[in-house]
Design a protein around this ligand. Structure first.
Ligand SMILES: [Zn+2]
Length: 431
């Protein structure tokens, strides 16, 4: 038994009976005592007395003195197979097109050893930052791609019990309509994929291709997790086209859309009607603010150029319409995003700034915890509640303002009844 006294927990991750009806908009936390038995949280209650404990703490009791505590994070959209390729495959213009070209050339380096080294390091970083669930997209362009899925399967087994690693194949949506369409799905299923994925530009053929993709997914009992509209062109409406296809096909399995950037640059009436369709189709959205901030709004031949647009989708409008939204890392240290460390706390803190989530601070916590866990189909995770896994991250901050103001990695990790300092790996491990 471990009793953590005076943990400052975001209300959004607590049971309603502990969270109370209306969190403070600036300090949406509750100071709690958390009891842990074995690998599970046994009890959560408001701390009866916020005063310091008198005398020596009882054995098995730790006074956190109001430190901010999150549940283990859920990172709902990453690319482990591309991670940490920056040094050998940099994106010198920062453009989407160069990212595609550079990484297409780099794929000749992707073998088992290379993937295990880079993706293994990325997982180690995520683990030491307190993440417990990762959903990675896996490049799949048959006949090339099996080595990627095999490496992810190997890593999934190696990290079992620490990180739940979900995989989704990433290919052209049109490929599902070609002769290899079933083969892509079967390969992904063979290696444990949790959904089918892909991306596509707008085209006249897209509605038919989506009908085919939905049929393939339905045959295998899978949902979808697609990259859509990762650009600033208002004519790109894959999100809308997909919502129409989901409704037309009465597709009931979970559908997730990542990015949805171009929605933000469309006329307001079009935005409203597309969001209404997304809501009707029960589509969930993952925003990737760090990657979007880096990659979007690099226009024309001008370089350097000051960006005018932050690149993110309409997070607030989607939430207002009742569409579930998560925020996630996307790429780290590759041609699509030069930076990052699979640190969900960094993603959250930066998303608050980029997307003005200060205006709905309590709800926003869910984007890397509760809402993200629901979105990846693991609704017991990302919560501080009786019966939930005892995965906690303790930050050296005594208020939400302090937590948001000084991004740092010197945090403590609670795993069952064990508490230890986080130790992100040095870059030397990448060699
Ligand atoms: Zn992505």
């Amino acid at each position: 038994m471990l009793l953590l006294k005076r943990a400052r927990v975001p209300a959004a991750v607590l049971p309603p009976s502990v969270a109370g009806p209306a969190p403070d908009p600036l300090e949406p936390t509750v100071v709690c005592d958390i009891g842990i038995e074995g690998s599970k949280i046994a009890s959560v209650a408001r701390s009866a007395d916020a005063a310091p404990l008198g005398g020596a703490p009882a054995q098995g009791t730790s006074d956190l003195d109001g430190a901010v505590v999150f549940p283990g994070f859920v990172d709902a959209h990453v690319h482990l197979d591309k991670a940490h390729t920056w040094e050998r495959a940099p994106n010198r213009s920062g453009r989407f097109s160069e990212a595609l070209d550079v990484l297409a050339r780099d794929k000749e380096n992707w073998n088992r050893a290379d993937l295990m080294r880079r993706a293994g390091f990325a997982l180690h970083c995520a683990w030491e930052h307190g993440t417990r669930i990762l959903r990675t997209h896996v490049d799949t362009w048959l006949p090339w791609g099996e080595v990627n899925h095999a490496a992810m399967q190997e890593l999934r087994e190696a990290w079992e019990g620490r990180i739940t690693l979900q995989t989704v194949p990433l290919t052209g949506i049109a490929n599902y309509s070609g002769p290899e369409g079933d083969a892509v799905a079967d390969l992904a299923v063979k290696y444990g994929a949790c959904a089918l994925g892909g991306w596509s530009p707008m085209s006249q053929d897209l509605p038919g291709q989506l009908d085919r993709l939905l049929a393939i997914a339905r045959d295998r009992g899978l949902g979808l997790d697609l990259h859509v509209d990762e650009n600033g062109d208002p004519r790109e409406e894959v999100l809308r086209t997909l919502a129409e296809a989901v409704i037309r096909n009465r597709f009931a399995n979970p559908v997730v859309c990542g990015h949805c950037c171009s929605l933000a640059v469309q006329p307001p009436e079009r935005q409203r009607s597309t969001i209404a369709l997304v809501r009707e189709a029960a589509i969930r959205v993952v925003s990737l603010p760090l990657c979007n901030l880096y990659l979007q709004d690099r226009r024309g031949g001008e370089f350097p150029r000051t960006p005018r647009w932050r690149g993110i989708t309409l997070i607030h409008d989607l939430l207002d319409a009742g569409v579930p939204v998560a925020c996630a890392s996307d790429n780290v240290r590759d041609a699509f995003h030069a930076y990052g460390d699979l640190d969900a706390a960094e993603v959250y803190i930066q998303s608050v700034r980029i997307a003005h989530l200060d205006s709905r601070l309590s709800q926003s916590v869910g984007m890397v915890t509760t809402a993200a866990a629901d979105l990846v189909g693991l609704p017991d995770m990302g919560r501080v509640a009786p019966g939930a896994p005892a995965h906690l991250v303790v930050f050296p901050a005594r208020s939400f303002s302090e937590f948001l103001s000084r991004p740092r990695s010197d945090r403590r990790l609670v795993d069952g009844e064990a508490v230890r300092d986080a130790r992100p790996p040095g870059y030397g491990e990448l060699r």
